[in-house]
Design a protein around this ligand. Structure first.
Ligand code: NAP
Length: 461
C-alpha cells in the first residue's frame, strides 16, 4: 500500500506499522518484501509506502514518530532526515546517509542497512575483501555504501566513472571516514589489470536500457562481479562476467538483506539463510512475470526443447513459483483426444498427430497467464511457433545430450524412439532439432542441473 502524504496524515495504524518514505514513490518492492519477512514467523506488523515531498519531510517525520515503530528512507530523504534524528550509528554517520530509523522509548536512531545488505550478500558468496583490489563503478549513493564496506573490510578501492573529479570526491570522502583504508580514483580508460572484484554502482544496464554497460570488458584478473542493479537480474555487466565464467551477484540479495537488517533493528528478530533464500526466489519469480509483461509484452512462458530436456518438470516448478498456470501441451492433447500419443501414432501415424498438435497449440496460445511445456517436435512447424509467440516468450531448454539420455532412461513412451538403435537414433534427432530450437527461441538456457535450470530461466527473462 502506498499512501500520499495527506492520506498518511489521516492514517491510524491498527497494529505495529513501519513505512518507507520517498519522493516520488513509484513502484516499490519494499511493502511486499517486508510483508514476506513478517510472514516468515507470522510477526504481526504492517509496512506501507508514503510519498513524502521534500518540503513535507519534517512534518511527516513528526507524524511517523507518533504513528510508526520504524521507518525506511529512500531518495531524496536519506541525507535530509539526519537533522531530525536523536542519534545516528557510526556507519550511517560516515556515509552521511540513513535508510532506516527505529523509534524506541520516544527516541529516534538512524542506521544504514544498505551496508549490511551488501556485506551480507558478499559473505554469502564467500567473497573476502581483505587485500583485494576492487574497482567501483560510479560514485552515487549505492557506490558510496559499497565502497565504504569494501574499504572498511581491508580492500584497496579504486573509484571510476564518467566524471573523474566526482570519482575523486567519493575517494576523498571514503578516505576521510576510514583513514587506514586505501581508496583512490582512476579514469575509466586506465584500469589496472590486477583488479579482482568489480562492483557496478551505476544504473547502466537497468531496465529499460538493458544494453547499456558501464564497461566494455572486465579487467584480466577479475574474480567476482557485483551489480547493484536487480532489474534485470542478468545485467549487461553480469553477462560480461558469465562470458568468462566469473562468479557474479545481482542486487536483489542486497535489497532483501538490507530489509532483513532493518527488521532486525526494529524487532530484534533475525532471519535464517533459508528464509532469505526463499524470499529471494519469490521475488525473482515475481520479477520474471513483471518482465514478461513489461519488457516482452507477453503473457505466457513457453518451454521448448528436446524430449527429456526437463520441460515438464521445470515448467511445473516455474508455474508454482510464478503463480502462472502450468499446461503440458502433450498431456492437454491426450486429454482432449482421449488417447495417448503412442496410440495416435500407432493408429493414425505421425502426420495426423502433428495436425492435432497444431490444433491444440493454437488453442493454448490464445490463453494467457500460463507456463506451457511443448512436445519435442512442436516447434518444427512454423505455424505453431508463430501462434505461440503471439502471446508467449519461447524459451529453449538446451539440456546437454548426456543429461537427456539419463532423463529418458529409455523406459518411457517415446514413439519416435520405439525402433532400432535407440541411442544412435536419439543422438541423430537431437542434433537435427537443436538448430531449430536455437533458431526459433527467444532465449536459450543451457545447464544439466534441474534446480539451476529453473533459476537460470527465471533470471534470464
Ligand atoms: P545515484 O546516487 O543517482 O548514482 C548514480 C551513479 O551512476 C552516479 O555515479 C552517476 O554518475 C552514475 N551514472 C548515472 N548515469 C550514468 C551514465 N549514463 N553513464 C555513466 N554513469 C552514470 O544512484 P544510486 O542510488 O547510487 O543507484 C545506482 C544503482 O544502484 C541503481 O541502478 C539502483 O537501482 C541501484 N541500487 C540498488 C540497491 C540494492 O539494494 N540492490 C540499493 C541502492 C541502489 P553521474 O553523477 O556522473 O551522473
Amino acid at each position: 500500500m502506498v499512501l500520499t502524504f495527506e492520506e498518511f496524515q489521516r492514517f491510524e495504524p491498527s497494529r505495529p506499522t513501519y513505512a518507507l518514505f520517498g519522493w516520488p514513490l513509484g513502484h516499490t518492492m519494499s511493502p511486499e518484501l517486508h510483508a514476506a519477512l513478517f510472514a516468515t514467523d507470522r510477526y504481526d506488523a504492517a509496512y506501507i509506502g508514503v510519498a513524502v515531498p521534500p518540503e513535507q519531510l519534517a512534518q511527516a517525520f513528526a507524524l511517523a514518530a507518533q504513528k510508526l515503530r520504524g521507518l525506511n528512507l529512500t531518495i531524496p530523504h536519506k541525507k535530509e532526515i539526519i537533522p531530525f534524528l536523536d542519534e545516528i550509528d557510526s556507519g550511517a554517520r560516515d556515509l552521511n546517509s540513513v535508510n532506516t530509523v527505529a523509534f524506541t522509548d520516544g527516541k529516534s536512531k538512524g542506521y544504514n542497512t544498505d551496508t549490511y545488505g551488501f556485506s551480507a550478500s558478499l559473505e554469502r558468496d564467500r567473497v573476502t575483501l581483505a587485500e583485494k583490489k576492487v574497482l567501483l563503478l560510479g560514485y552515487g549513493g549505492a557506490a558510496a555504501v559499497m565502497g565504504y564496506h569494501c574499504a572498511r573490510a581491508g580492500a584497496q578501492v579504486l573509484v571510476t566513472g564518467r566524471n573523474l573529479s566526482k570519482a575523486q570526491a567519493l575517494a576523498h570522502e571514503l578516505q576521510a571516514a576510514l583513514p587506514d583504508a586505501v581508496v583512490d580514483a582512476t579514469p575509466k580508460r586506465h584500469l589496472p589489470s590486477d583488479i579482482q572484484i568489480v562492483i557496478n554502482g551505476t544504473p547502466l544496464g537497468m531496465f529499460p536500457h538493458e544494453d547499456e554497460c558501464p564497461l566494455r570488458f572486465l579487467p584480466r584478473h577479475t574474480e567476482y562481479v557485483f551489480d547493484a542493479i536487480y532489474n534485470p537480474p542478468m545485467t549487461s555487466t553480469i553477462r560480461l562476467a558469465h562470458g568468462r565464467r566469473i562468479q557474479t551477484r545481482d542486487g536483489l540479495s542486497m535489497l532483501v538483506l538490507q530489509a532483513a537488517g532493518a527488521q532486525t533493528i526494529w524487532t530484534g528478530r533475525s532471519f535464517s539463510t533459508q528464509a532469505c533464500d526463499s524470499i529471494l526466489k519469490q521475488l525473482y519469480a515475481q520479477m520474471a512475470v513483471k518482465r514478461l509483461h513489461d519488457k516482452y509484452g507477453k503473457d505466457n512462458l513457453v518451454l521448448c526443447g528436446f524430449m527429456g530436456s526437463g520441460k515438464t518438470t521445470a515448467g511445473r516448478k516455474i508455474a508454482r513459483l510464478t503463480g502462472l498456470q502450468f499446461v503440458d501441451a502433450d498431456q492437454y492433447l491426450e486429454a482432449c483426444e482421449q488417447r495417448t500419443i503412442p496410440e495416435i501414432f500407432a493408429q493414425d501415424g505421425e502426420a495426423v498427430f502433428r495436425d492435432l498438435e497444431s490444433k491444440y497449440i493454437a488453442q493454448l496460445a490464445r490463453r494467457d497467464g500460463m507456463v506451457i511445456a511443448l512436445g519435442g517436435g512442436a516447434v518444427l512447424r512454423a505455424e505453431n511457433v508463430a501462434a505461440l509467440k503471439q502471446s508467449g516468450l519461447l524459451i529453449h531448454l538446451d539440456t546437454p545430450f548426456y543429461r537427456i539420455v539419463k532423463n529418458l532412461s529409455y523406459s518411457s513412451n517415446r514413439p519416435l524412439l520405439e525402433k532400432g538403435d535407440k541411442m544412435a537414433q536419439t543422438r541423430k534427432l537431437y542434433n537435427a532439432r537443436k538448430s531449430t530450437y536455437l533458431h526459433v527461441a527467444d532465449l536459450s538456457v543451457r545447464t544439466s542441473r534441474l534446480s539451476e535450470l529453473i533459476d537460470r530461466i527465471i533470471r534470464s527473462i
